[in-house]
Write a protein that binds this ligand. Structure first.
Ligand code: ADP
Ligand code: ASP
Ligand code: MG
Length: 408
């Protein structure tokens, strides 16, 4: 007998039929004698619909009230699944995040899980119940409802697996595993049987939304056995996130390609090339709680330099305005921006032991006349910023250039 956490995403609970199918899959695991905790997302499209409603009422929705609103999506699906399970003759109980007491900090719309009261869940499990928990939500120490950021149900699933010391955590979604890149962009993309935790962390942070990055962080910290599977297929082993590089296998140099259209670029031109200028520019940005991703400072000439950085597209207008307001104080010549950019990244632990990966990447992009605007590297990834209109082409070209469609 094992304790298994199963998380189902929006498409997997997108209709009453789909919810009934989820109930049947859960029943199968129960019949095998396992204990099952299910974590659900809202029906597909529902979270977007709720966010839009909020914007229709208030141009900058109040974060606390937005969380009260968007958390309702998951409350609908957990109740329906519990009913479907009961209809199959199983004992089941639904729980909102607050009812479990998934304690988070108070950072509304992007809260972090601090603690989970798991003792009463164990009691319910021992009494033979299937537990159905609302993903994506928690409660702060004052009882305010919080949400964990888009895709946050993955994190609820993995955090529950860690808290309950579950044997396995299954993430059921609308693809049958983690692919070399998004199969919707590159039909030749190949499912990976395994991916290392480090690579998955990079893929998630660089834009592959198949797993929310915080869920991968939790899996790494608590060594959760995590597998991504399809809820649309009965068979299939999906993709296992591994903690050791398997040295029996022929390790590919590049495991995957991630991309992100959520960023925007800001350039401060002609700033004095003196100590402290980076701080003068980025200090106020950080103070305004705006995350900066890539940063480039050019070599100075004539005692001035140019400074470019990227922020989330949602923060673009605000950041641009802020820097234009500061322009005279910094002594900059001009502040310009571009929100039609995209970031493409190649990821692979094999990069550590191979040289020339960056030049192969740049060559492939050059052959398609794709201009690289910014570059950043770490031990296991290389990212480039390019014009958004070349994104799909770049991903396809790189996928082919690194031979990712071939069987490993
Ligand atoms: P869910 O609603 O089940 O959480 P998501 O839409 O959040 O599903 O994530 C699954 C989607 O992630 C897939 O449909 C796919 O388009 C996208 N995706 C992006 N990168 C990858 C990748 N490398 N492998 C698999 N899917 C990916
Ligand atoms: N329903 C939330 C979202 O759409 C959480 C999730 O699906 O993981 O972001
Ligand atoms: Mg998701």
């Amino acid at each position: 007998m094992a304790l298994i956490i199963q998380k189902y995403g929006g498409t997997s609970v997108g209709s009453v039929e789909r919810i009934k199918q989820v109930a049947e899959r859960v029943a199968k695991f129960k019949m095998l004698g396992h204990q099952v905790v299910v974590v659900l997302s809202a029906m597909s499209g529902e979270t977007n619909r709720l966010i839009k409603l909020a914007h229709d009422v208030q141009s900058q929705p109040d974060a606390r009230e937005l969380d009260v609103l968007v958390s309702t999506g998951e409350q609908v699906t957990i109740a329906l699944l519990a009913m479907a399970l009961k209809d199959l003759g199983l004992k089941a109980k639904s729980y909102t995040g607050a009812q479990v007491r998934i304690l988070t900090d108070n950072a509304h719309t992007k809260a972090r899980i601090l603690n989970i009261d798991e003792q009463h869940l164990r009691t319910d499990l021992q009494a033979g119940n299937v537990i159905v928990v609302a993903g994506f939500q928690g409660v702060d120490e004052h009882g305010n409802i919080t949400t964990l950021g888009r895709g946050g149900s993955d994190t609820t699933g993995v955090a529950l697996a860690a808290a309950l010391k579950a044997d396995e955590c299954h993430i059921y979604t609308d693809v049958d595993g983690v692919y070399t890149t998004d199969p919707r962009i590159v039909p030749e993309a190949r499912r990976l049987k395994t991916i290392t935790f480090e690579e998955m962390l990079e893929m998630a942070s660089l834009g592959s939304k198949v797993l929310q990055i915080r869920s991968v962080e939790f899996a790494g910290k608590y060594k959760v056995k995590l597998r991504v599977l399809s809820s649309f297929q009965d068979e299939g082993e999906g993709t296992l996130i591994t903690f050791e590089e398997d040295d029996n296998m022929e390790q590919a140099i590049i495991s995957g390609i991630a991309f992100n259209r959520d960023e925007a670029k800001i350039t401060v031109l002609g700033v004095p090339d003196t100590p402290g200028v980076a701080y003068q520019i980025l200090g106020p940005v950080a103070d305004a709680n705006i995350d900066v991703d890539m940063i480039i400072q050019n070599v100075g000439a004539n005692n001035t330099t140019d400074f470019t950085f990227t922020v989330h597209r949602n923060d673009y207008a605000r950041t641009l305005q802020m820097l234009r307001d500061m322009q005279a104080k910094i002594g900059a010549r001009e502040v310009i921006g571009d929100d039609k950019i995209a970031k493409v990244s190649i990821v692979g632990v094999g990069m550590r032991s191979h040289v020339g990966i960056a030049s192969s990447m740049f060559k492939s992009l050059a052959e398609e006349s794709i201009n690289i605007q910014m570059i950043s590297t770490s031990e296991i990834k290389i990212s480039v910023v390019i014009d958004e209109k070349y994104l799909e082409l770049a991903v396809r070209v790189l996928h082919k250039a690194f031979g990712l469609e071939k069987a490993a």
